[in-house]
Design a binder for this molecule. Structure first.
Ligand SMILES: C[S@@+](CC[C@H](N)C(=O)[O-])C[C@H]1O[C@@H](n2cnc3c(N)ncnc32)[C@H](O)[C@@H]1O
Length: 210
């Protein structure tokens, strides 16, 4: 038994960069979806609420966060706490940009850069699950989540529709970047998908490496 989605698919080539939004097709992918949501919701230009919990130096978000204090963002909190704060304040996002570290190794490197000791919890699947759960909560019905990483899971399929997947090949031995646009559909959200639940239950240690 499997599900088939009617998702738009694109494929392109671009040089890799750790500042994701400096990669031209990825920046365009993000800007196109932000413009689409702004037009669709009849919002004045620049008035969409765009939440970016892992912004680094990217300026596409209107509420930005990065753990690293050297990044020019509104907040420097753990993404989980940042999203909890916005949820408590009743913020609803038109778009969420979800561009976390792509592997446990990248998580450790980010934490080392800010002088935080990485715990086992930080490199478990639950790191992603906790953040995805909050993103699912904060995005409006008909709002969009734009996810970037090494898998196409986005924030899960329950309660969301895959609108576009763009595969960016970087060449050499680099992993591709998989860009996913998902729309929150008007349906009650379960906490998370069964796949994520499984990972969470097993407290599965991710074994991906760079
Ligand atoms: C893939 S990079 C983001 C790149 C950025 N979106 C861009 O376009 O340049 C991931 C970022 O997440 C930050 N980060 C890592 N762990 C975090 C956490 N738990 N909470 C918030 N930010 C975190 C890192 O400092 C890093 O800048």
């Amino acid at each position: 038994m499997y599900e088939v989605f009617n998702t738009e698919f694109r494929h392109c080539f671009a040089m890799p960069n750790s500042n994701t939004m400096t990669i031209k097709p990825i920046k365009e992918f993000t800007e196109n979806w932000i413009n689409f949501v702004t037009c669709k919701n009849n919002l004045p230009l620049g008035k969409a609420v765009i939440v970016d919990p892992f912004a680094k130096d990217c300026k596409l978000g209107t509420i930005t966060n990065d753990l690293n204090t050297e990044c020019d963002t509104d907040y420097h909190m753990r993404a989980e706490d940042f999203l909890d704060k916005l949820i408590d304040e009743g913020i609803e996002a038109d778009v969420v940009i979800y561009d976390p570290p792509y592997s446990p190794r990248q998580i450790s490197e980010c934490y080392k850069a800010v002088g935080i000791q990485t715990t086992q919890q930080d490199t478990q699947a639950s790191f992603y699950t906790k953040i995805k759960q909050r993103i699912r909560e904060i995005v409006k019905v008909d709002g969009y989540v734009l996810s970037f990483g090494w898998n196409s899971m986005g924030v899960g399929k329950e309660g969301f529709r895959y609108e576009e997947i763009m595969l960016v090949t970087h060449g050499g031995a680099h992993n591709d970047t998989i860009c996913v646009a998902q729309r929150r559909i008007p349906q009650l959200l379960s906490d998370m998908d069964s796949d994520d639940k499984l990972l969470e239950d097993e407290e599965c240690q991710l074994t991906l490496s760079i």
